[in-house]
Design a protein around this ligand. Structure first.
Ligand code: ADP
Ligand code: MG
Length: 490
């Protein structure tokens, strides 16, 4: 592993990275940064959470000129949330050097964006549609653009942005550097790369994403009908500070959110049908820590960098190994350990095995918690809280009353009563959840990964990665065992 001092970066950039808590470069950074600094076109294939933002952000900030008050770089992202997040990270990397980044995205007042653009950002990060708007209005000038980054290119393809991207790429100067990042390399992305990039180096980080190593993975075997009660017990026992629960469809997410709220958990829903302002609000509250459980669809949560997520619950099993890795990549980040628990219905057991093989991770079975476990968990929680108050010593106002009570009752009885009062009762408020059909992979097709699949490149080691000189990535198919019914994604 290289430290950031090995790249010969400007002191202000190093200082910023230190300030951000970055010590060693991640594998994708280790390979992308030197090539990016040399002006090389790059295709980077790596999963979420591997540090791709800094992999392109460092070369941008390092090579752009502060005194040149024009847009020198653009980053295209599939969603507004990602645009905001990437812009935040770039602003952090550029904080001492004075390189400014502005996010522009649909749903935000365009006049406000036009005013912000007058402050002359060096980099803009935006969704393709909104950037096109600004290009048509001539409120952005792209003549000085030196670097274009396509972030989460496969996701932009899924969202139908490919034509917009082509238009944008034809309108930026031909003399430029193009970097493309994508978790998968479907045909249209490769075609785009062939058409708009010059001898790109392909960097592929093989196998599991680095951060999964920090996540304890397990599954609970449970009937569809029992899922919700088991889930509430889990929440009572684990009392996660910040968790995400994944549902398969938008309807599922809405129903789960309502059911959790009815039972008194602080939850919010995140999916593609919400208005932008609602999504922003949910994200803000989640980051602030005012929401215990974020209920989300895959697409809504994809690529979001939310730090400090302690628990991931797959209420519905993800549709494939890639989806699984994406989901659990939301936890166990930046050296912290996380917990990921997947609910598996009897008919989904085979599907789980397929995922397990593909990710080469061990997903251990744990028993479904019983009501008794949940109650004990709650009691432990209350006792912990009580002890915390004892430690803080802030109880003088209550001492007189306590002494009076102790004259007529013994201490154990009194304390037990207090614990009882503080412990959350098991809540049986009825809730309705529409049943989801189980996910199943067809046996014959999905037993073995195809040659050239996940486990092939880079010598097979967990950290193994291969760099090939502009060749075609060996990975042929983006979805494994894609023979099951695909639900409409959110
Ligand atoms: P990706 O785009 O690959 O999904 P991100 O760029 O969003 O990954 O990075 C994931 C998280 O890891 C972010 O919180 C980021 O700040 C952090 N991170 C990135 N690079 C490093 C590093 N070298 N050391 C420590 N943390 C890092
Ligand atoms: Mg990213």
């Amino acid at each position: 592993m290289k430290t950031f001092n090995d790249f010969g970066l400007n002191e202000q950039v190093i200082k910023a990275l230190n300030n951000m808590g970055f010590e060693e470069a991640t594998p994708i950074q280790e390979q992308s940064v030197p090539l990016g600094l040399q002006g090389q076109d790059l295709i980077g294939q790596a999963h979420t959470g591997t540090g791709k933002t800094a992999a392109f952000g460092i070369p941008m900030v390092e090579t752009f000129k502060v005194e040149q008050e024009q847009i020198q770089g653009i980053v295209l992202t599939p969603t507004r949330e990602l645009a905001i997040q990437v812009a935040e990270e770039l602003n952090k990397i550029g904080q001492y050097k004075g390189i400014h980044t502005l996010p522009i995205y649909g749903g935000q007042d365009i006049l406000r964006q036009i005013r912000a653009l007058k402050n002359k950002p060096h980099i803009i990060v935006g969704t393709p549609g909104r950037l096109m708007d600004h290009m048509r209005r001539k409120t952005v000038r792209l003549q000085q653009v030196k670097m274009v980054v396509l972030d989460e290119a496969d996701e932009m393809l899924n969202m139908g942005f490919i034509e917009d991207i082509e238009t944008i790429l034809t309108e930026v100067p031909e003399e430029r550097q193009t970097l493309l990042f994508s978790a998968t390399m479907p045909g249209p992305i490769l075609a785009l790369a062939r058409r708009f990039m010059r001898n790109p180096e392909v960097i592929r980080i093989a196998g599991r994403q680095v951060t999964v190593a920090n996540t304890v993975q397990s599954y609970i075997y449970v009937e569809e009908r029992q899922k919700f009660d088991v889930f509430c017990r889990l929440l009572d026992i684990q009392a996660p500070d910040r968790s995400i629960v994944f549902g398969r469809t938008k309807r599922r997410v809405d129903e789960l959110f309502e059911a959790l709220s009815k039972r008194g958990y602080s939850a919010e829903a995140l999916h593609g049908d919400l208005t932008q302002s609602k999504r922003d609000l949910v994200m803000r509250r989640f980051k602030e820590g005012t929401i215990e459980v974020l209920v989300a669809t895959d697409v809504a949560a994809r690529g979001l960098d939310i730090s400090d997520v302690t628990h991931i619950y797959n209420f519905d099993i993800p549709q494939d190994a890639e989806g699984y890795v994406h989901r659990i990549g939301r936890t166990g980040r930046a050296g912290k350990t996380g917990t990921a628990i997947t609910f598996v219905t009897p008919r989904e057991m085979h599907h789980l095995r397929v995922i397990e093989n593909m990710t080469r991770g061990k997903i251990a079975r744990i028993p479904a918690p019983t009501i008794k476990d949940a109650i004990e968990g709650q009691q432990r929680l209350v006792a912990d809280k009580l002890l915390l108050i004892v430690e803080s010593g802030d109880t003088s106002n209550y001492k007189g009353l306590a002494e009076n009570l102790l004259e007529e009752n013994d201490a154990v009885t009194l304390l037990s009563a207090a614990l009882k009062l503080l412990t959350k009762k098991t809540d049986h408020t009825p809730v309705t959840l529409t049943e989801e059909r189980p996910f199943r992979t067809r046996q014959d097709k999905s037993r073995k990964p195809k040659p050239g699949g996940y486990s092939k490149s880079g010598g097979g080691g967990r950290k193994g990665y291969a760099r090939t000189g502009g060749g075609q990535p060996s990975r042929g198919k983006s979805r494994f065992g894609g023979s099951f019914k695909q639900e409409k994604r959110a």
